[in-house]
Design a protein around this ligand. Structure first.
Ligand code: DAS
Length: 363
């Protein structure tokens, strides 16, 4: 029987089936094609942790679960992104060294240049996630989303937070509206800037907070944005990881009551190029400490006053100490660990006090 021998209805039905199949096929391939490509760089931490019992939400071993298992544990990813993983390190993040930051930064910089990579997720320990996120914010020149994600509980614990944190991080890393926002930290349904965020509480899922507020939220697979980072970052940064092959030593000296200069002198002896003075209040310096810091500055070591107050410091130049007279620096609103990261990066480019202070105000 030839096509024209079929009734008009049959022919119309057949043609509409063909047309529908074409549209669905196009839709499907479009949907497949529209799925973003996200690379997960795994470094360890609690998000890759395992405890002996479901009740162990705080007693467990970090850096145990490999990245492929983390991905396999999220079948929902199928609808969100095309994901592949690389196990860059498998360490607890308190053990991160400057060399780890360099290696990770260079890997991110290489991946974001690839056309088949739309975004990067870095699974990381919570202890120094804020440092790594700030470092990447400073030195990776890309508009593509870079999202650091961690978890406060291991995947073996009741109400583990890692799976949803990772799913949300991949959602953000694959979303176009996350482009140009700088390095981000996604935890507890919240999107924070890698610059501002800090681990404020060490035992709860809402640990990561920014003194100046989050940038957005992730709810049921969609990101919602409310603000942008005003400081320089990524493509507007003057720093480029591809031009940095070594990071200078910057140390942090914690100052409280009854402080003495032992740590500062020891740091100077080990070749530190700058000391972050983690002071109380406005980065305050005890009277007995001032002569030592003046002496160390005189020997070429930079003194950077930062504040270890909890919910967000703000160190004003020449307010608590005559910084101009002593040729000291202030860390502005950066906490000591963030100030260490910025000083480490800035000292790869300049040793000039005025230039360094400009950098602390702009980043
Ligand atoms: N020790 C912590 C770290 O690796 C575990 C964690 O909270 O991720 O940073």
């Amino acid at each position: 029987m030839r096509f024209r021998q079929f009734s008009g209805f049959a022919r119309a039905l057949f043609l509409s089936m063909v047309l529908l199949g074409g549209v669905l096929g196009a839709q499907f391939s479009h949907a497949e094609a529209a799925k973003p490509n996200v690379v997960i760089l795994a470094t360890g931490g609690t998000i890759a942790g395992a405890g002996a019992d479901a009740m162990n939400s705080a007693t467990y071993q970090a850096a145990k679960v490999p990245v492929d298992k983390l991905i396999a544990g999220l079948p929902q990813l199928e609808k969100i992104a095309t994901v592949r993983g690389e196990q860059v390190f498998q360490i607890a993040s308190e053990s991160f060294r400057n060399d780890n930051l360099l290696a990770l930064g260079k890997r991110v910089a290489a991946l974001v240049k690839q056309n088949d990579v739309d975004g990067i997720v870095i699974t990381h320990g919570t202890d120094t996630a804020e440092e790594t996120a700030y470092f990447l914010n400073l030195v990776v020149k890309t508009e593509k989303p870079i999202v650091v994600v961690a978890s406060m509980r291991p995947g073996t614990a009741i109400s583990a937070d890692g799976a949803l944190n990772l799913l949300n991080a991949i959602t953000v890393a694959g979303s176009k509206d996350a482009r140009g926002k700088g390095a981000l930290v996604v935890m507890n349904d919240t999107i924070n800037s890698g610059r501002d965020v800090s681990k404020m509480i060490n035992i709860r899922p809402d640990a990561f907070q920014s003194p100046w507020g989050p940038l957005g939220l992730v709810v049921e697979g969609k990101s919602y944005w409310f603000r942008k980072l005003d400081k320089r970052h990524t493509t507007t940064s003057e720093f480029d990881i591809e031009k940095i092959d070594a990071l200078p030593l910057v140390e942090i000296a914690y100052a409280a009551g009854n402080v003495n200069d032992t740590a500062y002198r020891a740091f100077a002896k080990t070749g530190a190029k700058a000391i972050i003075h983690a002071g109380p209040g406005n980065g305050s310096v005890a009277g007995t400490l001032v002569p030592t810091l003046q002496e160390l500055r005189g020997k070429g070591l930079h003194i950077i006053r930062s504040s270890h107050v909890n919910a967000g410091g703000f160190v004003l130049r020449n307010a608590e100490q005559p910084d101009d007279k002593y040729d000291w620096l202030v860390a502005h609103d950066l906490n000591p660990q963030k100030a260490r990261i910025l000083a480490t990066v800035a000292l790869t480019a300049t040793n000039d006090t005025k230039e360094l202070q400009r950098i602390f105000m702009e980043y």
